[in-house]
Design a protein around this ligand. Structure first.
Ligand SMILES: NC(=O)C1=CN([C@@H]2O[C@H](COP(=O)(O)OP(=O)(O)OC[C@H]3O[C@@H](n4cnc5c(N)ncnc54)[C@H](O)[C@@H]3O)[C@@H](O)[C@H]2O)C=CC1
Ligand SMILES: O=C([O-])CC(=O)C(=O)O
Length: 308
């Protein structure tokens, strides 16, 4: 199993590190446009191999896509991150050009790869890859919901004063401050609905803090987060590489599911060796469906800014 990660910055390197530590891939290639940067990150990570006990071989490349040839999975994290006060959508101007050219270069050398899009605004970048490559839709996966759900569980555990392993919950919809749809009505602590433990105010707080999870960290860090994003990407890569058939909310191209068309947005999917093996349609309340529709409107508006 060969995995390429384009962008050896904060998220790309974190993701490569988690993939290596989990030790399921033979090879990870880090590629960056900055001279020597990916090689440096790869060497530093390889010098953790004896300490962390992994055999995954990590190499670096300065924009030489021949080194990525034959990749089974390619992760796109190249592009700029937001600064405090910005929205993810504001990154479209620079990141669209980068994601378009990177996905084309990747596919020239790895025509069979499954692509995981991370660069923001992620749902729109996923749609861009769908519109500008010949890849079938099950091979184009946007990462956002896995991260947002991890943040949701963090906030649920905090509110319930419970260990994180006690709680479960999922976030669907667009990966944006306003568009996320944390499914609080479905969230549980040991299979009991969290409404049995939390007041409405506490649940509203959990939902709101989950939606602005990325913005909160961006304010604290001066740039956006990388540990949880890297871990979330590594989870998707592992589900595909190990054919786990795990369910994650991912951004995928919809053709009628959830009443939506011609859009990439977060919905539950089954991930296995073929990429997205199934879109799972769960029963949503009228209120949840309305939030999904509103979220989709926001994503479509951003998609409209693309020059396709
Ligand atoms: N979908 C999600 O849940 C998340 C998305 N992100 C997004 O991921 C992206 C990366 O974030 P960070 O790693 O924090 O940024 P970063 O600035 O640390 O790293 C980005 C890297 O991309 C490289 N790069 C730029 N243009 C390139 C090109 N044409 N080819 C190859 N490499 C290129 C840069 O040299 C840099 O090393 C941002 O757009 C950010 O908003 C970040 C966290 C979570
Ligand atoms: O907040 C950002 O800009 C980066 C991101 O998507 C996240 O951490 O959720």
């Amino acid at each position: 199993m060969k995995v390429t990660v384009v962008g050896a910055g904060a998220v790309g390197a974190s993701c490569a590190e988690y993939i290596a530590i989990k030790d399921f891939a033979a090879e990870v290639v880090l590629l960056d446009i900055k001279e020597g940067y990916a090689e440096g990150k790869a060497m530093d990570l390889m010098q953790t191999a004896s300490l962390n006990g992994f055999d995954t071989k990590i190499t670096g490349s300065t924009n030489d896509y021949s080194k990525t040839a034959g990749s089974d999975i390619a992760v796109i994290t190249s592009g700029i991150p937001r600064k405090p006060g910005m929205t993810r959508e504001e990154l479209i101007g620079i990141n669209a050009g980068i994601v378009k050219s990177v996905s084309q270069s990747l596919l020239e050398h790895s025509p069979n790869a499954i692509i995981i899009v991370v660069s923001n605004p992620m749902d729109t970048m996923t749609y861009l890859v769908h519109k500008t490559t010949d890849l079938p839709k099950h091979k184009i996966i946007g990462m956002g919901g896995a991260l947002d759900s991890a943040r949701f569980k963090y906030r649920l555990a905090e509110a319930c004063e419970a260990p994180i392993s006690d709680v479960d919950g999922m976030v669907i919809g667009g990966h944006s401050d306003k568009g996320m749809v944390p499914l609080i009505g479905h969230a549980t602590r040991n299979s009991v609905k969290v409404s049995e433990f939390l007041t409405q105010d506490q649940m509203d707080y959990v939902v709101q803090e989950t939606k602005v999870g990325g913005a909160t960290l961006t304010k604290l860090l001066g740039t956006s987060a990388w540990y949880a994003p890297g871990a979330a990407v590594s989870g998707l890569v592992q589900a595909i590489a190990c054919d786990q058939k795990k369910m994650f909310p991912c951004s995928t191209y919809l053709e009628g599911e959830y009443g939506l068309n011609d859009i990439c947005i977060g919905v539950p999917v089954i991930l296995g060796k073929n990429g997205i093996e199934k879109v799972v349609e769960i029963n949503l309340s009228d209120a949840e469906m309305a939030k999904m529709a509103e979220s989709a409107e926001g994503v479509s508006k951003t998609n409209g800014l693309l020059e396709l």
